[in-house]
Design a protein around this ligand. Structure first.
Ligand code: SF4
Length: 762
């Protein structure tokens, strides 16, 4: 069951003020009495009696010289005050300032010779008091019919008992307008009464049942009960919580509470406690309390009705009303903050788990950690500091008289107000992604809102986590304060992302040109290439444009997410196509060859194919050189396959590089000669080194086959120097051979030479 409390239920500011004055007076010396019951509530009267304040109806009953009287908020006639003064009785005047103003008004009207009319109950103490301020020279009207037989007057003025019905007041005012040449209307009806009735009717429209709390003697409580019953809602009037019967609430999902001006807060609280024991959904009451406050604020800002406007034209009345408003504001200041009120306070102490706030009254306000912020915080120190001025919502009063406050609810309400404007005006809002949940992200935009996964961007989002911590702009696509489940605010980036994409695309097409080098991010790899994000455009880099080499699969050279440079081969906006190349930015294999190799160099290569005229050797990936059949071996070769086979790795000598024809000719035969010459040279160098190490003495020679010496002699194309060297080598070898011959079997030179190796030695 949800329970709605009428914001202005209970004591009005005037009654509160009178009660406060009475409580203070009780501590003063003397015997104190109230002139008539201070309020129409037996419980309050009993409480005051306990404090030594007894009501009396007649001054004559006060015998004690030390007696004093407290004049209640209704006020009394000036004659009573004069009489009491004459009797030496101390007077505490707790007349409500709004009632005092009526007294002064009628006094003035009497002096100005107006025929005074008072709209009110002739027996009500307030009316009796008002009459006392105009020498009882006023006519009291309570019904419109009483205006029918009135004579014509020159000047008429109308005031009202402060607690009367405003609609009826204006009816009577209209009737009086026909009864005199000059009519002045003073709307002296107190807004507290009007607001209480209005708010009670507002609540009646939302609930299944109303409880009206107030004394059976209280006329304004009786009025409230009558108004509630008039709406057709089930209404029960009670004096206190003990009268409540739980069966009243069977089948009631929403109940309302209102109370007359003489009902103290503690009785309302007891009734509420009894009802919340029936159903503990207190948070819903708080929400309602806040909403009621909004209703009140809205009502306050509404323009006055037509008749009021007419009356305001009277300058005297206008001033009067302004004065009343000022007084009302003053009285609001002295009132204690009530449940659902939003008030300002100063932080006086901050602990990890709570904050103490000075809210200007006798009691301290406490904000527990959970009511500090809508964000999760570990300590209240993260949010407020001593000396901060903050706005807080009054949640409730605890048993020690402390006020339980919430900063979170005020902040949330303020944030919701702003977001509602943003939503209605179609503006965007800045937010920070704070976490992920099933189906989307949580974003802090003043309150925690929900961003569905399908609204994060203009496409599918694989990894929600990567967005956490990012700040972005959002559109509000759903705003519902009354939503009880799920987020009240749902946001989206979809349209914004689409617009950003459109703008980027436009910028891309305005700037792209053939021949440019652009940076692209690899978005997707497919079998025949990869899609690159070029900033506003997603283009295909075909596998054939990846490299000069043959690439089995694009993933062999690219990874998703990496950024690479690409060359713009061509642009066709009409067909929405941009041709890209990666290999255009690489050196061609021929360029590599030109940089890396030179003629005469011996390199390793792989036989890739053979032909009748020779064999092709891969020098670099993409560049094959030709070994002509005549260059395959140092003997006559019939078929290349007799000397080399595909896949074999061979040494080749670069005979020539033809840059124009992009041809390279190679020789295995010459490479062999050079390699062998190199080996001999290395051998001799080794010999020299050994001689130096032994100081020129003869060293044990290595065994060298005599036919090798012959081969060296055969392949050497000697210049003069080389001839000499070869001769020396031959001589040395002959010597060695002789030495070796002594140790080994003689070698038959005929046998060491094969028929194919028929090149004659010199
Ligand atoms: S005039 Fe208004 S505030 Fe004053 S006592 Fe009457 S109802 Fe209360």
């Amino acid at each position: 069951m949800q329970v709605y409390i009428v914001k202005n239920a209970g004591f009005c500011a005037g009654v509160k003020r009178a009660l406060n004055m009475a409580e203070k007076t009780a501590d003063e010396p003397g015997t104190w009495h109230s002139l008539g019951p201070l309020v129409h509530n037996a419980a309050v009267i009993d409480y005051l009696k306990d404090r030594g304040i007894n009501p009396v109806d007649d001054l004559k009953l006060l015998k004690d010289k030390n007696s004093g009287i407290i004049i209640r908020s209704h006020g009394v006639g000036s004659d009573i005050i004069k009489t009491a003064g004459g009797m030496g009785i101390k007077i505490i005047d707790a007349t409500c300032p709004l009632v005092s103003k009526v007294h002064k008004t009628v006094q003035f009207l009497l002096q100005e010779d107006y025929e005074i009319f008072i709209f009110g109950d002739i027996n009500h103490p307030e009316v009796i008091g008002i009459l006392g301020w105009c020498d009882n020279k006023a006519t009291v009207i309570n019904e419109i019919s009483q205006t029918n037989n009135l004579d014509k007057y020159r000047k008429i003025a109308l005031v009202s008992q402060t607690t009367k019905d405003e609609e009826k007041f204006y009816e009577i005012a209209r009737a009086l307008c026909t009864k005199a040449e000059e009519v002045r209307i003073f709307n002296t009806i107190c807004s507290a009464t009007r607001k209480r009735v209005e708010q009670t009717l507002e609540i009646c429209r939302q609930v299944d049942m109303m409880l009206v709390i107030g004394d059976k003697q209280s006329s304004n409580t009786a009025t409230l009960t009558k108004e509630c019953l008039g709406t057709g809602v089930k209404t029960i009037q009670i004096e206190n919580a003990e009268e409540i019967e739980m069966q009243w609430f069977a089948g009631v999902s929403k109940a309302g509470i209102t109370a007359g001006a003489s009902t103290p807060d503690w009785i309302i609280k007891e009734v509420l406690d009894r009802m919340t024991a029936y159903d503990e959904k207190e948070n819903q009451e708080l929400n309602q309390a806040t909403e009621e406050q909004e209703v009140q604020q809205n009502q306050e800002s509404e323009p006055a009705n037509d008749l009021q406007s007419e009356v305001v034209e009277d300058q005297g009345v206008q001033n009067q009303e302004e004065s009343f408003a000022t007084m009302e504001a003053e009285m609001a200041d002295i009132a204690s903050p009530g449940k659902g009120d939003v008030i300002k306070g100063t932080v006086v102490q901050v602990n990890d788990d709570e904050v103490m706030v000075d809210v200007g009254g006798k009691s301290e306000g406490l904000i527990p950690l959970r009511e500090i912020s809508s964000q999760e915080v570990n300590s209240a120190r993260e949010i407020v500091q001593v000396g901060d001025e903050i706005e807080v919502l009054v949640l409730k009063w605890d048993d020690d008289g402390n006020i339980l406050l919430s900063k979170k609810k005020v902040d949330t309400k303020r944030a919701m107000d702003k977001l509602e404007d943003v939503f209605n005006e179609g503006r965007t809002v800045l937010g920070k992604v704070t976490g992920s949940v099933k189906g989307g992200l949580l974003v802090d935009i003043g309150i925690t809102s929900f961003l569905p996964a399908s609204h994060i961007g203009d496409g599918y989002v694989k990894n929600l986590e990567e967005y956490i911590g990012r700040e972005m702009e959002f559109n509000i696509i759903e705003f519902n304060r009354n939503k009880r489940r799920g987020s009240q605010v749902v946001i989206s980036r979809k349209e914004l992302a689409e617009e950003e994409k459109r703008q980027k695309r436009e910028e891309f097409w305005n700037s792209i040109e053939t021949g440019q080098i652009r940076l692209g991010k690899v978005k997707r790899i497919i079998d025949y290439g990869a899609f690159l994000d070029l900033g506003g455009y997603e283009g295909l880099l075909h596998i054939s444009e990846l490299d000069y080499r043959r690439i089995p699969h694009p993933s062999d050279v690219l990874t998703e997410g990496e950024e690479i440079e690409v060359y713009i081969l061509g642009v066709d906006r009409e067909k929405d196509r941009v041709s890209l190349s990666r290999k255009k930015l690489m050196k061609s294999p021929w360029e590599v060859v030109m940089d890396k190799y030179s003629e005469g160099e011996i390199i390793k290569g792989k036989v890739v194919r053979t032909a009748t005229f020779g064999a092709f050797i891969e020098v670099e990936p993409g560049v094959d050189g030709l070994v002509h059949i005549s260059q395959l071996a140092d003997y006559r070769v019939d078929k290349p396959e007799n000397v080399v086979e595909v896949g074999q790795e061979v040494n080749v000598k670069i005979l020539s590089i033809d840059n124009e024809q992009k041809r390279i000719s190679l020789s295995i035969k010459e490479a062999q000669v050079d390699v062998e010459a190199q080996e001999v040279e290395e051998y001799l160098q080794k010999q020299d080194d050994m001689t130096e190490e032994t100081g020129g003495e003869a060293v044990e020679p290595e065994v060298v086959e005599i036919n090798e010496t012959e081969e060296v002699a055969e392949i050497s194309e000697p210049d003069d120097k080389e001839t000499e060297e070869v001769a020396e080598i031959s001589e040395a070898n002959d010597n060695e051979t002789e030495e070796v011959a002594e140790m080994t079997e003689p070698v038959d030179s005929e046998e060491s030479t094969s028929p194919e190796e028929s090149t004659p030695s010199e």
